[in-house]
Design a protein around this ligand. Sequence first.
Ligand code: ZN
Length: 68
Amino acid sequence: MPLLEYRCKDCGHLTEVLTGSGANEKPACEECGGKDTEKVFSSFSARVAPSAAASRCESCPNDTCPMR
Ligand SMILES: [Zn+2]
């Protein structure tokens, strides 16, 4: 299940959110409760090694690929 991270613009705390329900709403900061958070791509997309990224099926939209 994909894990999204939202960074609080107030305190910089990273709030991790499991996606899957299709919710696009930004979560409130779990540290200070602030609602000014922005999505960051760190865990999976951005920092993933090239070899790992290449192993993913490109014809499937997201994490539904049965070839994984
Ligand atoms: Zn915060």
